[in-house]
Design a protein around this ligand. Structure first.
Ligand SMILES: C[S@@+](CC[C@H](N)C(=O)[O-])C[C@H]1O[C@@H](n2cnc3c(N)ncnc32)[C@H](O)[C@@H]1O
Length: 284
């Protein structure tokens, strides 16, 4: 923080103003308990921008000078993720969801799986690795992997495919050996083939217009994002999922999340690996 920023304070009114602005841009809502966390990071950005007051900084933000909104989104989003996180859901995908869907499909048909939010890429790449390792039928279908997030810095990291040992700690050692090359003591690069198999894009899940181009999706992985939304953004996002999915398509959410409370549009399906949600109707 610069010397100037040390003297800046954020009033309650300014906090509310910022909170509303950020909510409208991302669907993420900061409760009052987050006040200290928000102030601290906001003051950091104000300091870096060289502005001498919240008011001046906020004007810059509203006009999005110098990509300030993107920087703020990167600063305030929680990107925590790792390979094979909540592996039981990939197991459910390979052993229940895909066998059920493909029982209605001819060989060679396209299957579209969307990881939203994908953060730094570990989730969509895990889907690719898990299916290659555990679902031999992958050869018989054209699996299309889409991955989106609001955070452009996370997406840039995802595209490089470079990860630390910590991100890989849940992967079986032979999987690491087959698909990664070691760059140095703590960094590994994912093979080009897997990186090229995933199509990354920036999407704000709380913006229905941004979601509209995504159609005929068979399976959506939406894990560990809805927890940061309030009920209204959750509802909007889940409604958009409904529009994007094929009839009979599935949604997998994080273990601490549930769609039942948010929407009655989906059927609750219980598999040995856990609960997933299905859009009603005859698949294809
Ligand atoms: C904790 S990570 C979850 C990553 C992965 N799905 C997992 O479970 O490991 C949460 C991600 O949600 C993204 N996010 C937050 N708000 C979003 C929005 N409105 N649209 C799209 N992505 C968003 C953040 O940028 C962050 O990368």
């Amino acid at each position: 923080m610069t010397a100037g920023a040390d003297c800046i304070a954020i009033s309650e009114f300014e906090f509310q103003k910022f909170r509303d602005f950020f909510y409208r841009r991302t669907g993420i809502s900061f409760g009052d308990s987050k006040r200290y966390y928000v102030d601290k990071r906001l003051l950091e950005r104000i300091g870096k921008s060289g502005m001498e007051s919240f008011e001046r900084y906020f004007a810059r933000l509203r006009h999005d000078v110098g990509g300030e909104i993107e920087q703020l989104i990167s600063l305030f989003t929680v990107n925590e993720t790792y390979f094979y996180r909540e592996e039981h859901q990939f197991d459910c995908l390979a052993n229940h969801i895909l066998p059920e869907l493909t029982s209605h499909l001819p060989h060679g048909a396209r299957i579209r799986i969307w990881s939203l939010p994908c953060s730094t890429g570990e989730e969509p790449y895990s889907i690719a690795l898990y299916l290659l390792e555990n679902w031999p039928e992958i050869e018989d279908y054209e699996v299309e992997l889409l991955a989106s997030d609001i955070d452009t810095a996370a997406l840039a990291a995802a595209r490089t495919g470079i990860y630390t040992a910590r991100a890989l700690h849940r992967l079986p050692r032979d999987v690491v050996q087959r698909y990664f090359s070691k760059l140095d003591a703590d960094r590994f690069r994912l093979s080009n083939t897997i990186r090229q198999a995933v199509n990354f894009s920036q999407v704000n899940a709380s913006d229905p217009h941004a979601m509209q181009p995504f159609a005929e999706i068979d399976v959506i992985f939406c894990r560990n994002m809805l927890i940061y939304f309030d009920d209204r953004s959750r509802q909007g996002t889940v409604d958009a999922f409904y529009e994007s999915l094929c009839e009979g398509g599935f949604v997998c959410v994080g273990h601490s999340e549930s769609m039942s409370r948010i929407s009655s549009l989906f059927r609750v399906r219980r598999f040995p690996q856990g609960v997933v949600y299905q859009k009603p109707g005859d698949y294809r």
